[in-house]
Design a protein around this ligand. Structure first.
Ligand code: FAD
Length: 401
Protein backbone atom coordinates (compact mmCIF):
# COMPACT_ATOMS: atom_id res chain seq x y z
CA UNK A 1 0.00 0.00 0.00
CA UNK A 2 2.03 3.06 1.17
CA UNK A 3 1.17 6.10 -0.87
CA UNK A 4 0.38 9.40 0.85
CA UNK A 5 -1.12 9.55 4.34
CA UNK A 6 -2.69 12.77 5.63
CA UNK A 7 -3.23 13.15 9.38
CA UNK A 8 -6.09 15.53 10.19
CA UNK A 9 -9.27 15.93 8.15
CA UNK A 10 -9.92 19.63 8.72
CA UNK A 11 -9.78 22.35 6.05
CA UNK A 12 -6.11 21.71 5.35
CA UNK A 13 -5.99 17.92 5.27
CA UNK A 14 -9.15 17.61 3.20
CA UNK A 15 -8.13 20.27 0.67
CA UNK A 16 -4.71 18.58 0.38
CA UNK A 17 -6.34 15.23 -0.48
CA UNK A 18 -8.19 16.74 -3.45
CA UNK A 19 -5.19 18.91 -4.45
CA UNK A 20 -3.04 15.75 -4.71
CA UNK A 21 -5.39 14.44 -7.40
CA UNK A 22 -5.48 17.85 -9.14
CA UNK A 23 -1.65 17.73 -9.17
CA UNK A 24 -1.82 14.38 -10.99
CA UNK A 25 -0.90 12.08 -8.09
CA UNK A 26 -2.53 8.71 -8.79
CA UNK A 27 -1.26 6.55 -5.89
CA UNK A 28 -3.20 5.72 -2.71
CA UNK A 29 -4.32 8.66 -0.52
CA UNK A 30 -5.47 8.00 3.06
CA UNK A 31 -7.06 10.80 5.11
CA UNK A 32 -7.15 10.12 8.87
CA UNK A 33 -9.53 12.30 10.91
CA UNK A 34 -10.28 11.98 14.60
CA UNK A 35 -13.66 13.75 14.48
CA UNK A 36 -16.79 11.64 13.92
CA UNK A 37 -18.12 13.63 10.93
CA UNK A 38 -17.48 14.24 7.26
CA UNK A 39 -14.85 17.02 7.02
CA UNK A 40 -16.53 20.34 7.87
CA UNK A 41 -15.87 24.09 7.84
CA UNK A 42 -15.10 25.78 11.17
CA UNK A 43 -15.86 29.47 10.35
CA UNK A 44 -19.67 28.96 10.13
CA UNK A 45 -19.65 27.61 13.71
CA UNK A 46 -19.28 31.17 15.05
CA UNK A 47 -21.49 32.72 12.34
CA UNK A 48 -24.60 30.50 12.45
CA UNK A 49 -27.38 31.56 10.11
CA UNK A 50 -30.52 32.40 12.17
CA UNK A 51 -28.56 31.51 15.31
CA UNK A 52 -28.77 27.75 14.63
CA UNK A 53 -25.45 25.93 14.36
CA UNK A 54 -25.15 23.75 11.28
CA UNK A 55 -22.47 21.35 10.13
CA UNK A 56 -21.32 22.71 6.78
CA UNK A 57 -19.47 19.91 5.03
CA UNK A 58 -16.28 20.70 3.09
CA UNK A 59 -17.16 17.79 0.80
CA UNK A 60 -19.40 14.74 0.75
CA UNK A 61 -18.34 11.16 1.44
CA UNK A 62 -19.15 10.48 -2.24
CA UNK A 63 -16.74 13.21 -3.41
CA UNK A 64 -13.94 11.65 -1.33
CA UNK A 65 -14.75 8.24 -2.77
CA UNK A 66 -14.87 9.58 -6.34
CA UNK A 67 -11.37 11.02 -5.84
CA UNK A 68 -10.21 7.69 -4.42
CA UNK A 69 -9.46 9.20 -1.01
CA UNK A 70 -9.71 6.57 1.72
CA UNK A 71 -11.23 8.61 4.57
CA UNK A 72 -10.79 7.03 8.01
CA UNK A 73 -13.49 8.91 9.93
CA UNK A 74 -13.36 9.10 13.72
CA UNK A 75 -9.90 7.51 13.85
CA UNK A 76 -6.88 9.12 15.57
CA UNK A 77 -3.25 8.63 14.66
CA UNK A 78 -1.51 7.84 17.93
CA UNK A 79 2.13 7.33 16.87
CA UNK A 80 4.37 8.36 14.01
CA UNK A 81 7.59 6.48 13.26
CA UNK A 82 9.61 8.60 10.83
CA UNK A 83 12.40 5.99 10.50
CA UNK A 84 10.11 3.10 9.62
CA UNK A 85 7.69 5.39 7.76
CA UNK A 86 4.61 4.14 9.56
CA UNK A 87 1.68 5.64 11.44
CA UNK A 88 -0.09 3.71 14.19
CA UNK A 89 -3.80 4.38 14.55
CA UNK A 90 -5.91 4.39 17.70
CA UNK A 91 -7.73 1.26 16.47
CA UNK A 92 -4.44 -0.68 16.40
CA UNK A 93 -3.81 -0.59 12.64
CA UNK A 94 -0.43 0.49 11.27
CA UNK A 95 -0.28 2.41 7.99
CA UNK A 96 2.95 2.53 5.97
CA UNK A 97 3.51 5.74 3.97
CA UNK A 98 5.81 7.03 1.25
CA UNK A 99 4.97 10.65 2.09
CA UNK A 100 3.00 12.08 4.98
CA UNK A 101 1.20 15.38 5.64
CA UNK A 102 0.65 16.58 9.19
CA UNK A 103 -2.54 18.68 9.11
CA UNK A 104 -3.40 18.28 12.77
CA UNK A 105 -4.51 21.90 13.23
CA UNK A 106 -4.79 23.44 16.66
CA UNK A 107 -6.43 22.81 20.02
CA UNK A 108 -8.00 25.35 22.33
CA UNK A 109 -5.68 26.77 24.97
CA UNK A 110 -6.94 25.41 28.31
CA UNK A 111 -7.90 27.65 31.23
CA UNK A 112 -5.94 26.88 34.38
CA UNK A 113 -7.89 28.79 37.05
CA UNK A 114 -9.95 27.08 39.78
CA UNK A 115 -13.32 26.01 38.36
CA UNK A 116 -11.95 25.81 34.80
CA UNK A 117 -14.10 22.71 34.29
CA UNK A 118 -17.22 24.94 34.23
CA UNK A 119 -16.05 26.65 31.01
CA UNK A 120 -16.91 25.26 27.57
CA UNK A 121 -14.31 25.52 24.82
CA UNK A 122 -15.06 26.54 21.23
CA UNK A 123 -13.30 24.79 18.36
CA UNK A 124 -15.38 21.91 17.05
CA UNK A 125 -18.92 21.30 15.86
CA UNK A 126 -19.56 19.43 19.14
CA UNK A 127 -18.38 22.53 21.09
CA UNK A 128 -20.65 24.83 19.06
CA UNK A 129 -23.64 22.51 19.47
CA UNK A 130 -23.08 22.45 23.26
CA UNK A 131 -22.77 26.25 23.49
CA UNK A 132 -25.78 27.12 21.33
CA UNK A 133 -28.03 24.51 22.92
CA UNK A 134 -27.29 25.96 26.36
CA UNK A 135 -27.23 29.69 25.57
CA UNK A 136 -30.69 31.21 25.84
CA UNK A 137 -33.54 30.60 28.29
CA UNK A 138 -32.41 33.64 30.27
CA UNK A 139 -28.90 32.29 30.86
CA UNK A 140 -26.20 34.96 31.09
CA UNK A 141 -23.05 34.13 29.14
CA UNK A 142 -19.50 35.14 30.07
CA UNK A 143 -16.90 34.78 27.34
CA UNK A 144 -13.31 34.66 28.55
CA UNK A 145 -11.15 36.11 25.78
CA UNK A 146 -11.87 39.13 23.56
CA UNK A 147 -10.21 37.78 20.41
CA UNK A 148 -11.89 37.15 17.07
CA UNK A 149 -13.70 33.96 18.11
CA UNK A 150 -14.95 35.42 21.41
CA UNK A 151 -16.15 38.61 19.72
CA UNK A 152 -17.91 36.71 16.90
CA UNK A 153 -19.66 34.52 19.46
CA UNK A 154 -20.70 37.62 21.44
CA UNK A 155 -22.24 39.17 18.30
CA UNK A 156 -24.27 36.04 17.52
CA UNK A 157 -25.50 35.73 21.10
CA UNK A 158 -26.47 39.43 21.30
CA UNK A 159 -28.44 39.00 18.06
CA UNK A 160 -30.35 36.25 19.90
CA UNK A 161 -30.98 38.60 22.85
CA UNK A 162 -28.61 36.77 25.23
CA UNK A 163 -26.85 38.86 27.95
CA UNK A 164 -23.09 38.68 27.25
CA UNK A 165 -19.98 39.73 29.18
CA UNK A 166 -16.48 39.59 27.75
CA UNK A 167 -13.52 39.23 30.10
CA UNK A 168 -10.18 40.11 28.53
CA UNK A 169 -6.72 40.20 30.12
CA UNK A 170 -5.43 42.91 27.72
CA UNK A 171 -6.54 46.56 28.01
CA UNK A 172 -8.61 46.29 24.80
CA UNK A 173 -10.24 43.52 22.79
CA UNK A 174 -8.91 42.21 19.44
CA UNK A 175 -5.40 43.48 20.17
CA UNK A 176 -3.55 40.55 18.62
CA UNK A 177 -4.56 40.37 14.96
CA UNK A 178 -6.74 43.40 14.22
CA UNK A 179 -5.32 46.90 13.54
CA UNK A 180 -6.13 49.35 16.37
CA UNK A 181 -8.55 51.51 14.32
CA UNK A 182 -10.84 48.59 13.49
CA UNK A 183 -10.44 46.87 16.86
CA UNK A 184 -11.70 50.10 18.48
CA UNK A 185 -14.65 50.35 16.08
CA UNK A 186 -15.68 46.75 16.71
CA UNK A 187 -15.29 47.26 20.47
CA UNK A 188 -17.59 50.30 20.26
CA UNK A 189 -20.11 48.37 18.16
CA UNK A 190 -20.26 45.59 20.78
CA UNK A 191 -20.59 48.10 23.63
CA UNK A 192 -23.45 49.75 21.72
CA UNK A 193 -25.15 46.35 21.57
CA UNK A 194 -24.93 46.03 25.34
CA UNK A 195 -21.96 43.64 25.67
CA UNK A 196 -20.36 44.21 29.08
CA UNK A 197 -16.55 44.39 28.85
CA UNK A 198 -14.20 43.63 31.75
CA UNK A 199 -10.80 44.62 30.36
CA UNK A 200 -7.32 44.22 31.83
CA UNK A 201 -8.76 41.54 34.09
CA UNK A 202 -7.54 38.10 35.10
CA UNK A 203 -9.93 35.34 36.18
CA UNK A 204 -9.56 34.18 39.80
CA UNK A 205 -12.23 31.47 39.81
CA UNK A 206 -15.22 30.15 37.90
CA UNK A 207 -18.26 28.70 39.67
CA UNK A 208 -21.53 27.29 38.32
CA UNK A 209 -23.10 30.75 38.39
CA UNK A 210 -20.32 33.36 38.05
CA UNK A 211 -16.83 34.29 37.03
CA UNK A 212 -14.80 35.89 39.84
CA UNK A 213 -12.21 38.36 38.57
CA UNK A 214 -8.82 39.02 40.10
CA UNK A 215 -9.93 42.49 41.35
CA UNK A 216 -12.91 40.96 43.21
CA UNK A 217 -15.57 41.78 40.61
CA UNK A 218 -18.18 39.05 40.25
CA UNK A 219 -19.57 38.55 36.73
CA UNK A 220 -22.80 36.56 36.97
CA UNK A 221 -22.95 33.85 34.30
CA UNK A 222 -24.76 30.54 34.03
CA UNK A 223 -22.74 29.68 30.93
CA UNK A 224 -19.00 30.37 30.55
CA UNK A 225 -17.09 29.97 27.30
CA UNK A 226 -13.28 30.00 27.15
CA UNK A 227 -11.98 31.60 23.96
CA UNK A 228 -8.39 32.36 24.94
CA UNK A 229 -6.74 31.19 21.75
CA UNK A 230 -5.30 27.97 20.45
CA UNK A 231 -2.09 25.97 20.52
CA UNK A 232 -0.77 24.11 17.47
CA UNK A 233 -1.35 20.37 17.75
CA UNK A 234 2.25 19.13 17.59
CA UNK A 235 1.85 15.96 19.67
CA UNK A 236 2.59 13.44 16.90
CA UNK A 237 5.44 15.50 15.42
CA UNK A 238 7.05 16.00 18.82
CA UNK A 239 6.84 12.30 19.70
CA UNK A 240 8.42 11.45 16.30
CA UNK A 241 11.37 13.78 17.05
CA UNK A 242 10.58 16.45 14.42
CA UNK A 243 11.74 20.06 14.96
CA UNK A 244 9.12 22.03 16.86
CA UNK A 245 8.76 25.72 17.72
CA UNK A 246 5.44 27.56 17.78
CA UNK A 247 4.16 24.71 15.58
CA UNK A 248 5.78 22.01 13.47
CA UNK A 249 8.72 23.79 11.83
CA UNK A 250 8.72 23.61 8.02
CA UNK A 251 10.86 25.13 5.28
CA UNK A 252 9.45 27.22 2.44
CA UNK A 253 8.41 24.01 0.62
CA UNK A 254 6.40 23.07 3.76
CA UNK A 255 8.71 20.11 4.45
CA UNK A 256 9.48 19.27 8.09
CA UNK A 257 12.87 18.29 9.50
CA UNK A 258 12.09 14.64 8.58
CA UNK A 259 12.38 13.39 5.01
CA UNK A 260 9.05 13.09 3.16
CA UNK A 261 6.99 14.50 6.05
CA UNK A 262 5.23 17.77 5.31
CA UNK A 263 3.12 19.96 7.60
CA UNK A 264 0.56 22.64 6.74
CA UNK A 265 -2.34 24.68 8.14
CA UNK A 266 -2.80 25.78 11.76
CA UNK A 267 -0.20 23.26 13.03
CA UNK A 268 2.70 24.46 10.82
CA UNK A 269 5.20 27.29 11.37
CA UNK A 270 6.79 28.27 8.06
CA UNK A 271 10.37 29.51 7.67
CA UNK A 272 10.43 33.18 6.64
CA UNK A 273 12.83 34.72 4.11
CA UNK A 274 14.02 37.25 6.74
CA UNK A 275 14.56 34.52 9.40
CA UNK A 276 12.31 32.88 11.99
CA UNK A 277 9.10 30.94 11.47
CA UNK A 278 5.50 32.16 11.24
CA UNK A 279 2.34 30.24 11.96
CA UNK A 280 -1.03 31.40 10.69
CA UNK A 281 -4.48 30.53 12.00
CA UNK A 282 -6.86 31.20 9.15
CA UNK A 283 -9.13 29.37 6.76
CA UNK A 284 -7.52 30.65 3.57
CA UNK A 285 -4.03 29.87 4.87
CA UNK A 286 -5.08 26.28 5.61
CA UNK A 287 -6.27 25.90 2.00
CA UNK A 288 -3.31 27.67 0.39
CA UNK A 289 -0.74 25.69 2.35
CA UNK A 290 -2.64 22.45 1.64
CA UNK A 291 -2.38 23.12 -2.10
CA UNK A 292 1.33 23.99 -2.01
CA UNK A 293 2.15 20.97 0.19
CA UNK A 294 0.12 18.66 -2.09
CA UNK A 295 1.90 19.86 -5.23
CA UNK A 296 5.27 19.39 -3.51
CA UNK A 297 4.35 15.91 -2.28
CA UNK A 298 3.34 15.09 -5.85
CA UNK A 299 6.87 15.95 -6.99
CA UNK A 300 6.83 19.76 -7.21
CA UNK A 301 9.27 22.22 -5.70
CA UNK A 302 7.18 25.29 -4.96
CA UNK A 303 7.90 27.83 -2.23
CA UNK A 304 4.89 28.91 -0.15
CA UNK A 305 4.42 32.60 -0.86
CA UNK A 306 0.71 33.44 -0.43
CA UNK A 307 -0.18 36.79 1.16
CA UNK A 308 -1.85 36.06 4.56
CA UNK A 309 -5.56 36.94 4.61
CA UNK A 310 -8.45 36.46 7.01
CA UNK A 311 -11.94 37.76 7.59
CA UNK A 312 -14.34 38.09 10.48
CA UNK A 313 -18.07 38.88 10.58
CA UNK A 314 -19.55 40.67 13.59
CA UNK A 315 -23.14 42.01 13.46
CA UNK A 316 -23.55 43.64 10.03
CA UNK A 317 -19.82 44.40 9.81
CA UNK A 318 -17.25 42.53 7.74
CA UNK A 319 -13.54 42.78 8.57
CA UNK A 320 -10.80 41.69 6.17
CA UNK A 321 -7.05 41.82 6.72
CA UNK A 322 -4.40 41.05 4.08
CA UNK A 323 -0.69 40.90 4.84
CA UNK A 324 0.68 41.56 8.31
CA UNK A 325 -0.01 45.14 9.46
CA UNK A 326 2.48 46.47 12.03
CA UNK A 327 2.43 49.66 14.14
CA UNK A 328 5.70 50.75 12.45
CA UNK A 329 4.06 50.96 9.00
CA UNK A 330 3.01 54.23 7.37
CA UNK A 331 -0.82 54.18 7.25
CA UNK A 332 -3.07 55.60 4.53
CA UNK A 333 -6.83 55.73 5.12
CA UNK A 334 -9.43 55.38 2.37
CA UNK A 335 -12.96 56.06 3.58
CA UNK A 336 -16.41 55.66 2.06
CA UNK A 337 -19.91 55.72 3.54
CA UNK A 338 -20.13 51.94 3.75
CA UNK A 339 -16.61 51.19 4.97
CA UNK A 340 -12.99 52.15 5.51
CA UNK A 341 -9.76 50.60 4.32
CA UNK A 342 -6.38 51.27 5.91
CA UNK A 343 -3.28 50.59 3.81
CA UNK A 344 0.13 49.86 5.38
CA UNK A 345 3.28 50.95 3.58
CA UNK A 346 6.95 50.23 4.18
CA UNK A 347 9.44 52.35 2.20
CA UNK A 348 6.64 53.31 -0.22
CA UNK A 349 5.67 49.69 -0.86
CA UNK A 350 2.24 48.33 0.05
CA UNK A 351 2.76 45.47 2.52
CA UNK A 352 -0.66 45.08 4.17
CA UNK A 353 -4.25 46.33 4.10
CA UNK A 354 -7.23 46.05 6.43
CA UNK A 355 -10.83 47.12 6.05
CA UNK A 356 -14.09 47.19 7.98
CA UNK A 357 -17.44 47.86 6.36
CA UNK A 358 -21.04 46.85 5.96
CA UNK A 359 -21.16 43.25 4.73
CA UNK A 360 -18.69 42.78 1.90
CA UNK A 361 -18.13 46.52 1.27
CA UNK A 362 -14.34 46.38 1.63
CA UNK A 363 -13.81 43.07 -0.21
CA UNK A 364 -12.96 44.53 -3.63
CA UNK A 365 -10.37 46.99 -2.30
CA UNK A 366 -8.75 44.32 -0.13
CA UNK A 367 -8.59 41.90 -3.09
CA UNK A 368 -6.83 44.52 -5.22
CA UNK A 369 -4.55 45.40 -2.29
CA UNK A 370 -3.61 41.72 -2.01
CA UNK A 371 -2.56 41.70 -5.66
CA UNK A 372 -0.54 44.89 -5.18
CA UNK A 373 1.15 43.39 -2.09
CA UNK A 374 2.00 40.23 -4.04
CA UNK A 375 3.35 42.33 -6.94
CA UNK A 376 5.72 44.02 -4.45
CA UNK A 377 5.42 47.46 -6.06
CA UNK A 378 5.74 51.00 -4.76
CA UNK A 379 2.36 52.76 -4.69
CA UNK A 380 1.14 56.35 -4.72
CA UNK A 381 -0.25 57.11 -1.23
CA UNK A 382 -2.52 59.91 -2.56
CA UNK A 383 -4.13 57.50 -5.04
CA UNK A 384 -4.72 54.94 -2.27
CA UNK A 385 -6.41 57.59 -0.11
CA UNK A 386 -8.80 58.76 -2.85
CA UNK A 387 -12.00 56.64 -2.67
CA UNK A 388 -12.85 57.59 -6.27
CA UNK A 389 -9.54 56.32 -7.60
CA UNK A 390 -9.82 52.80 -9.02
CA UNK A 391 -7.07 50.68 -7.47
CA UNK A 392 -7.07 48.54 -10.63
CA UNK A 393 -5.18 51.40 -12.31
CA UNK A 394 -2.30 50.96 -9.83
CA UNK A 395 -2.23 47.27 -10.63
CA UNK A 396 -2.27 47.89 -14.40
CA UNK A 397 0.56 50.43 -14.02
CA UNK A 398 2.54 47.94 -11.92
CA UNK A 399 2.07 45.21 -14.51
CA UNK A 400 3.01 47.54 -17.38
CA UNK A 401 6.17 48.60 -15.52
C1 FAD B 1 -15.28 28.87 15.56
C2 FAD B 1 -14.22 29.22 14.54
C3 FAD B 1 -14.43 30.25 13.64
C4 FAD B 1 -13.46 30.59 12.70
N1 FAD B 1 -13.69 31.64 11.86
C5 FAD B 1 -12.74 32.00 10.97
C6 FAD B 1 -12.95 33.10 10.09
O1 FAD B 1 -13.97 33.77 10.13
N2 FAD B 1 -11.96 33.41 9.21
C7 FAD B 1 -10.79 32.72 9.12
O2 FAD B 1 -9.92 33.04 8.30
N3 FAD B 1 -10.56 31.66 9.95
C8 FAD B 1 -11.50 31.29 10.87
N4 FAD B 1 -11.27 30.23 11.72
C9 FAD B 1 -9.98 29.54 11.66
C10 FAD B 1 -10.00 28.42 10.63
O3 FAD B 1 -11.17 27.67 10.72
C11 FAD B 1 -8.77 27.53 10.87
O4 FAD B 1 -7.62 28.32 10.65
C12 FAD B 1 -8.77 26.32 9.96
O5 FAD B 1 -9.87 25.51 10.23
C13 FAD B 1 -7.48 25.51 10.16
O6 FAD B 1 -7.58 24.33 9.43
P1 FAD B 1 -6.61 23.08 9.74
O7 FAD B 1 -7.10 21.98 8.86
O8 FAD B 1 -5.21 23.51 9.65
O9 FAD B 1 -6.87 22.71 11.26
P2 FAD B 1 -8.18 22.18 12.00
O10 FAD B 1 -9.39 22.83 11.44
O11 FAD B 1 -7.90 22.34 13.46
O12 FAD B 1 -8.26 20.64 11.63
C14 FAD B 1 -7.35 19.69 12.14
C15 FAD B 1 -8.06 18.37 12.28
O13 FAD B 1 -7.10 17.36 12.59
C16 FAD B 1 -7.63 16.47 13.55
N5 FAD B 1 -6.51 15.81 14.23
C17 FAD B 1 -5.59 16.34 15.07
N6 FAD B 1 -4.73 15.40 15.50
C18 FAD B 1 -5.11 14.24 14.91
C19 FAD B 1 -4.62 12.92 14.98
N7 FAD B 1 -3.55 12.59 15.72
N8 FAD B 1 -5.26 11.95 14.26
C20 FAD B 1 -6.32 12.25 13.47
N9 FAD B 1 -6.84 13.52 13.39
C21 FAD B 1 -6.24 14.48 14.09
C22 FAD B 1 -8.44 17.40 14.44
O14 FAD B 1 -9.39 16.70 15.18
C23 FAD B 1 -9.08 18.35 13.41
O15 FAD B 1 -10.30 17.83 12.95
C24 FAD B 1 -12.24 29.87 12.67
C25 FAD B 1 -12.02 28.83 13.59
C26 FAD B 1 -12.99 28.51 14.51
C27 FAD B 1 -12.73 27.41 15.51
Amino acid sequence: MGGIVIIGAGECGTRAAFALREAGYSGPVTLVGSEPHVPYERPPLSKPVDGAVQLKAICSAQALEASRVDYLQGVSASRLNAQERTVTLGDGRTLPYEKLLLATGARTRPLTCPGAQYALSFRTYADAAAIFSRAGDGRRVAIIGGGLIGMELAAVLRNKGVAVSIIEAAPAPLGRAVPARFAARLHARHSGEGVQFHLGQGVAEITDCAVHLADGTVVPAELVVAAIGVQPDVALAEQAGLSIGNGVLVDDLLCTSAADIFAAGDCAAVRQPGGGHLRFESWRNARNQAETAARNMAGGSEAFLAVPWFWSDQYELGLQVAGLPAPTHQTVLRGRDDGEVEFYLEDGQLVAAAGLGIGNAVAKDIKLAEMLIAAGVRVDAAALADPDFNLKTLLKNARAA
